[in-house]
Write a protein that binds this ligand. Structure first.
Ligand SMILES: [Fe+2]
Length: 368
């Protein structure tokens, strides 16, 4: 591996004064710099691109200020980052202020002070190389962090999905229900975004709630088979047990969320698990929340969950077709669903139907 910090300095000399160039050549020989020389500021940016110097030494009398300005104000960072030292001498008295205003990194007023020149060149080149090295390290770190975050995100997705599938397998052997509710929710959220109903939410929010949707019935894991898989209608005491899945799901996710309070997906998962059976008029469970007291993500979930339940075979009901399911939901709507999002569901319900038809081949008729 090349030790970039120790590589010979590459210096572009822009100077039409032969005496000064001769002096610089001897300094370069002594300091082991590699020089390339030009006597004109024309094409200075092209020279930098072609040759890639660490530093440019410009004679200030040779339209040096303009040349420095074109380097330091170049749109290309690789050009702007090249160090520039303006050379002058005491007789010419060119304004230091103008040179520094143009962006030069240093100004040498007397190049015959060779040791001082060497120190100034050394300082500028080392500064530039350290900066470049830091940028490289920072880029590599960003890349590595990004890759680790992606891996973590994928692991999180996988774990959440596995957890949800485990719970779902208690009453849906195919796991298709959780797949479909995520599709439905993404359709509804996209429609809401198009109608600007979700302006205060970003893409990360959308992705997190769609991911969290699969956790809605995770509390069913604690419901006994005798109740969960009972063919036919539940008795009131059995229904009371079934209703516990909302609080059970919340409690399960809350315990994990307390360990990882920054995890937004778990926060949404908790809200959805607890409140997806709440109703707009306050007659739902478990808390009897009403209207906008019900978290938004749970209000959206209620629509997609009811649609899928109506379309699917359950141990207590047959599968209904799309039109009949929508009809039932319209009857339920004033009491049950958010009055802003339910009309939106009606607008995109054909897409829901397509999702069901594309993802239902195994699940119809498989329960009980
Ligand atoms: Fe549920």
């Amino acid at each position: 591996m090349i030790n970039y910090m120790e590589a010979p300095y590459r210096i572009l000399v822009v100077n039409d004064d032969e005496a000064q160039r001769e002096l610089l050549r001897s300094v370069a020989l002594d300091a082991k710099w590699i020089l390339i020389e030009t006597d004109s500021t024309d094409s200075i940016v092209d020279n930098i691109i072609d040759w890639g110097p660490d530093l440019v030494l410009i004679n200030a009398t040779l339209q040096g200020v303009d040349a420095c300005h074109s380097i330091k104000h170049s749109p290309a960072q690789g050009i702007r980052d090249v160090a520039v030292i303006m050379l002058s001498d005491q007789r010419q008295k060119l304004s230091r202020r103008k040179s520094f205003t143009a962006g030069c990194d240093d100004y040498v007023g007397n190049i015959s002070l060779v040791e001082e020149l060497k120190i100034r060149v050394d300082l500028q080149v080392r500064n530039r190389r350290i900066r470049l090295e830091l940028e490289c390290v920072s880029k590599a770190l960003r890349k590595s962090l990004l890759s680790k975050s992606r891996t973590l995100l994928e692991s999180q997705r996988g774990l959440i999905r596995a957890l949800a599938t485990l719970a779902e397998s208690r009453d849906d052997d195919t796991g298709k229900h959780i797949e479909r509710v995520q599709y439905y929710l993404s359709i509804l959220v996209a429609a809401a975004r198009r109608k600007k109903l979700l302006d205060s939410f970003d893409e990360a929010w959308e992705e997190q709630i769609i991911q969290a949707a699969c956790l809605h019935d995770i509390g069913k894991i604690s419901i006994p088979d005798a109740v969960l898989r009972k063919p036919g209608k539940l008795e009131p005491d059995e229904f009371a047990i079934m209703k516990q899945h909302a609080e059970e799901g919340f409690a399960t996710l809350d315990a994990i969320h307390q360990e990882f309070p920054e995890n937004q997906c778990l926060a949404f998962g908790k809200a959805i698990a607890r409140s997806h059976h709440e109703k707009w008029d306050g007659t739902g469970y478990p808390q009897g929340l009403r209207g906008e007291e019900i978290p938004l993500e749970a209000r959206l979930m209620a629509i997609v969950d009811v649609y899928d339940a109506l379309r699917s075979v359950r141990c207590y009901k047959p599968a209904f077709d799309h039109d009949h399911s929508v009809e039932i939901m319209q009857q339920m709507s004033p009491a049950h669903f958010d009055p802003v999002f339910f009309p939106l569901f009606l607008e995109v319900s054909d897409e829901f139907s397509r999702v069901y038809n594309d993802n239902c081949e195994v699940c119809v008729g498989d329960v009980s």
